[in-house]
Ligand binder design. Sequence first.
Ligand code: NAD
Length: 347
Amino acid sequence: MKNILVTGGAGYIGSHTAVELLESGYNVICIDNFSNSTEAVFENIQRITGKRFTWYEADVRDAVQLDSIMGAHHIDCVIHFAGYKAVGESVQKPLMYYQNNIDSTLILCERCLKHSINNIIFSSSATVYGRPQYLPLDEAHSLSATNPYGKCKLFIEHMLKDLHIAHSEMNIALLRYFNPVGAHSSYKLGESPRGIPNNLMPYVCQTALGIREKLHIFGNDYNTVDGTGVRDFIHVVDLAKGHVAAVQKMATDPGCVVYNLGTGNGISVLELVHAFEKVNGIEVPYVIAPRRSGDVAECWADPGAAKRELGWKAQLTVEDMVRDSWEAQKALGVHDILQSRQYTASV
Ligand SMILES: NC(=O)c1ccc[n+]([C@@H]2O[C@H](COP(=O)([O-])OP(=O)(O)OC[C@H]3O[C@@H](n4cnc5c(N)ncnc54)[C@H](O)[C@@H]3O)[C@@H](O)[C@H]2O)c1
């Protein structure tokens, strides 16, 4: 297992994973169409690691480009991050989500078969568990989805399981992420979504920076420690290391495997905001807004299978998460964020 193709490698999780792979001695080949990122990310990965790697501006739906990239490199394993990820947007533009997320995976799988690439790691999500029937969520929990984003994840999981049934030589790892936050300690990478953030932490940071007036916290009447939703926040560097562990697992020819990547600890949204304020010494003005439909009260992982079978466990603390998110956001600066808002307005 030497040459790893990373789709969506300029994105938030893909870029952090590329760093960990390079630092673990793998050859990394990244592709991204920059629909939610920029090529500056690739320069920063090279600065952080001091290692050169190959990257392509390419769309995963473009079979011709994939053929030429796969033909040029002897790819051992593909990690498939590329896709759209905003739940709310997926409700408004379902076809755009089905088209990009499902088509890209279909085409990628076909090209993997053609080029005898027998290892695929897929970015799934805790969203596939739907409304938790029990906690912590283990991999045997029932699956369901309530929005097009989640349905894409669920459908792709089925597609990859079927692929393994039909082609037993094909190893598949479905990694179900919980809530990634934080940034690389160099603060050269981070989460810098275009437009209004979908995830909590960029919203917290942008509010602390004064770009947004107030953070909206959706619901404070859940049956939780302080009424706000409870989630399993995981540092993105821990998550990235989980991918390195999954790549190592693929070398053992494991078949089709599924792992939760979370910490196993639930903390409330308000607890996270207060930790951010305390660690960074800055206030985050917030208002309580009505619950969002589809949001669950509590959700956290049982990460036991990943610990047993991958030898992986999240190490970083909530303090690390909030500090690194803030430092990376400040390093990114207001200018870039405002530019990305203009970009969104013009497309
Ligand atoms: N961030 C989260 O909270 C979270 C949680 C669970 C699962 N995931 C999944 O993890 C994966 C990565 O998430 P992320 O947070 O890094 O998102 P991201 O938007 O930062 O990264 C995705 C990257 O894929 C690229 N891309 C999108 N469509 C493409 C295509 N057709 N061809 C080539 N490149 C394309 C984008 O430009 C972007 O750089 C996604 O599949 C997402 O659904 C994310």
